[in-house]
Design a binder for this molecule. Sequence first.
Ligand SMILES: Nc1ncnc2c1ncn2[C@@H]1O[C@H](COP(=O)(O)OP(=O)(O)O)[C@@H](O)[C@H]1O
Ligand SMILES: [Mg+2]
Length: 421
Amino acid sequence: MSKSDQRVRAMIITVPERIDQEWISRLAAASEIELLERLALLHGVGEAARRLRPELVLIDRDLDHAESCVRQVAAAAPDAFCVVITADSSLATLRRLMAAGARDVLATPNQSDLLAAARQVRAASAERRHGTRGEVAPSQRGRLIVVTAPKGGVGTTMVATNLAVALRQISGAPTNLLDCSLQFGDIGVHLNLRSKYSLFDLSAHPDDLDEAMLTRVICEHETGLHVLLAPTEPEQAAHVDGAALNAILDRLLARYSFVVVDTWSFLDEVTETLLRRADDVLLVATPELPTLRNAKRLLDFIQRHTLASAPVQIVLNRFPSVEGITLEDVQQHLHYPVTANIPSEGLPVTHSINRGEPLVVAFPKSWAAQNLLRLAAHLAGDDVATLTLTASEGRKSTEVGRGVKASLLKFARRKSGFKPA
Ligand SMILES: Nc1ncnc2c1ncn2[C@@H]1O[C@H](COP(=O)(O)OP(=O)(O)O)[C@@H](O)[C@H]1O
Ligand SMILES: [Mg+2]
């Protein structure tokens, strides 16, 4: 039996803001475990369990959510051994979780108990192990999430990029990020990806797009996110029209569970095609009068021309930042509710963009990243609070700021060859 055959195939389900917990990383590094996926969505648990066929599922969510996860896993992968982590050790809770199909309940995610559970799984499933993995569920049309803004510089690309990475991380599902900021698309810079192929190469052959061609043009980020980059030269943008884009979207939505699109601030055929087809339209605005004024005009335009079939959701970026404008002011100005806010956090955001590492990977504990992870869970269908107007305890931006400063200093020293005495 090979070493990989002996490892227990595990899946972890937690909450978006704790997806990077230390116990998860430690467990992922354990030689007994093959960590298939860490998820932070309730919505796709059954689908992921069917696709990945885990032997061990560790669930670290509040009680109601944990019970629902156990039920979904029990229905999708009846042989999986479900362990719930909960501080509530009452008999009633134990009974409730066991009745739903849990096999064990642990008070804390302690490494030795988790490994003991894995050993139990190994012993129990030795003879009924199939050794199969990665079977994809029957194909369903993916969800198209279009991120747009009436003005450049408000954070559209930052939001689109991090949402795509977050969706991939919390769902484990095939996810694509498409750069439709056609003339000066910069997702390649935000994710430190380079390719000589782009959306332009696919637009040139919209009628005979095949899998081989898509695979050649699409790049893969280290998080497993697939990316279709914008044309490399500004003049190529004119070759991407509505018809070509429609054909490309058809292929992408058949291949991926989520397709996130970054756009430019221009109401042309491409943006209109995207708005018409979107399942979610996110309009990014910042709390400044010129942006809010244009956001209102764009909202009115979309409504007047019934451009989008999905309701527009406002993402208020860089809020809170400086004092002076409240959430009520913004909503009153727009005559529209705000769905989510992303706080202004100059240090981690700028640092992550300049390093080409998305914020949700580089600084997952920052307040901005936490809100992006929550927004991703909301888009994937989970019931989460997407507006947070104060930083959560223990994740205060000052702490993250200190972390960034320390890592910037290390980076600068490495660059300059400076070594402290
Ligand atoms: N939440 C935020 N906090 C701090 N700075 C931000 C935030 N969002 C965006 N920025 C800054 O704004 C700049 C523009 O962001 P970008 O996503 O490129 O905007 P757009 O795509 O709308 O032109 C970034 O370089 C970044 O420094
Ligand atoms: Mg941009």
